[in-house]
Ligand binder design. Sequence first.
Ligand code: ISL
Length: 582
Amino acid sequence: MTETAPINGTRTIRREQWWKSAVVYQVYPKSFADSDGDGIGDLRGIIQHLDHLERLGVDVIWLSPIYASPHADNGYDISDYQAVDPMFGTLDDFDELVAGLHTRGMRLLMDLVVNHTSSQHPWFLESAAAPQSAKRDWYWWRPPRPGHVGGTPGAEPTNWESFFGGPAWTYDPKSGEYYLHLFSPEQPDLNWENPAVRQAVYGMMRWWLSRGVDGFRMDVINLISKDTSLPDGSRRRGSRYGDGFPHYGHGPRVHEYLHEMNEAVFGVDASCYMTVGEMPGVTVDQAKLFTDQGRRELDMVFQFEHVDIDHGPDSKWDTRPFDLIALKRVIEKWQEGLSETGWNSLYWNNHDQPRVVSRFGDDGEHRQKSAQLLGTVLHMLRGTPFIYQGEELGMTNAPLTELSDLRDVESLNYFAAESTSRPHAQIFGVLRKVSRDNARTPMQWSADINAGFTDGRPWMGVNPNFLAINAEIQYTDPESVFEYYRRLIAIRHDEPIITTGRFSPVLPDDPRILGYKRTTPEQELLVLANFASVTTDIRGLSESASWTRARRLIGNYEATRRLALDTLRPWEAVVLLRDRSS
Ligand code: ISL
């Protein structure tokens, strides 16, 4: 164990791999709490709500970007990595937040967005100034496709599509070259091949560590190494674009870069910090390599398979009904895949995903029970759970109905692309299911005006259900989603089997029940969850008799009846623990 004293004066005890029994809470600053009435959440708003986080019992806060940014993608387009955006406050506010968290025994993860910068970052401005500029090679500049005139359709250097729709290249008439942006044109990709880029990033990370931060969540970090020959992707059916992912996802040098970063930034203290890499498209085998502690790359990754189960083959907008069996297969695959080597992250929600209770639960009659069930299923798994702000209240998707309800660049682009060919009602039907704006409505603190989020005019509409769903009423309600999440977190802290136990599925082919066991040499934990609005028979669970003397750790219905595992009520979840000798 080492003790470090960050410059803001607080002391943090750093234990090795403390993150294995920790619970993380993601704050999306713009929508968390506004302290100054400008309608936008800020750092002082977070400081004012630290009691909420302490009451919930979480160990770590992941702060979505608070850096200086033009906000083309809500802060995921950074123009100065070492400055706080005035919209959110000052560096002094930041230091106070770190100190406030550390005093309460919580830690802080910064969002590290270094696949790309903002197009307003001085590095890019210098890079774009002239082909001879010293920073030209810090980004990906390429001439038009041979035989094509720059700026005309099809002249892009590759046929890749950006994640937000449209080509991944933008033409710069001044130099006659294109630059690469896997996301919006305001987010040019950094060229990690250039060692000076990497050293600049590592130096910036060390600077944040010296301010007391405890680790990083790394945005799309599996996209930083590209195949430098930049090949076309194989063409998608009915599209002018090809699938570039095989050429920029999980590229040839990604492991080298992450190992280099680990050594350069964390040095010998690496195991005392926490790192999580966001990795769309990552496979179990790749994740094993990234999170093998012996390789010194990352502690865990965010994989996407469980949140992609309701997407069509080519696009998230082509939605599919929820399929519990598919979800179970993905959970089994990742739990089993990383059981010996590596470590899982566990999440239902973040600022990019629709609200889970609306997605895999029932946000109508059974909102409370289904939100609690989903919490149970996730928090008893092996891995580090992440809670996204409002999930602990069972917040739901937003009633998006018109253009003025949208804020997110991806949703706005989708609307613009579809609005001439399809009825708006149909487009909003899709957006209400999958838009990232569903997650970004302001946090619902109370039944006061604007849900207690701001005294001003909120930057995006508050979900009108805040009168019924808010933190204040949930604190004092023993049946609330908040109170249930608080207990789930406490149970993880109290029962080491939740961190260490081996996972095995139970009733794997049952279309309504998601069940699993966690096992250590001494104990066994059983989790059963009924994903249905009707009572479900579970007598197929062959060993149920042997659980009758088990201890009930938690459940979302009152434990009035004798412990007979014969049925589960609508959206019922229960967790039992027993000694293996009994
Ligand atoms: O949100 C998505 C699709 O709906 C994802 O593809 C998302 O773009 C991808 O997971 C990468 O996300 C991260 O990087 C983006 C940013 O917009 C997201 O908010 C961030 O989480 C670019 O920085």
